[in-house]
Design a protein. Structure first.
Length: 138
């Protein structure tokens, strides 16, 4: 299993999705506490983590927020928990938690189902720049 520092959370994302890659760059920009590491679901580390968590990524089309030794979250709950870590005005997004998870995930699934059509898809996973390389698991 890939080594994850105890003070880090891992965001697993679709590495070929343009929307997902843009979201990852936004998280990096707002991660003032340096809480997150990233791994594409298609990467070796991503596969190791999903295997460890017993998540079948062919059945779950989702972002995954993994907090080693604590828990993992999927879909809208993962997205809202990530944004909560940013602090400041991002706290407003926590209003989303007032809605039932089934409703939030319905919207999440609709966007996920259409993300390639709306935002496009890369041929391969994004390669982080040299200054961002430490934020990504291989």
């Amino acid at each position: 299993m890939v080594h994850i520092p105890s003070n880090k959370k891992v965001i697993l994302f679709d590495g070929v999705c343009n929307l997902c890659n843009t979201a990852v760059l936004e998280v990096i920009k707002n991660d003032k506490k340096d809480s997150f590491l990233f791994a594409a679901l298609q990467s070796v580390s991503g596969k190791e983590i999903t295997d460890h968590l017993k998540i079948d990524t062919s059945k779950i089309d989702s972002i995954i927020l993994y907090e080693p030794g604590v828990a993992y979250d999927l879909k809208s709950t993962a997205a809202l928990k990530i944004m909560n870590d940013f602090g400041g005005l991002w706290y407003i997004t926590q209003i989303g938690l007032l809605f039932p998870e089934s409703f939030r995930d319905y919207i999440y699934d609709f966007i996920a189902k259409n993300r390639y059509k709306w935002f496009g898809k890369k041929e391969s996973c994004m390669l982080p720049t040299a200054e961002l390389k430490d934020k990504f698991l291989e």
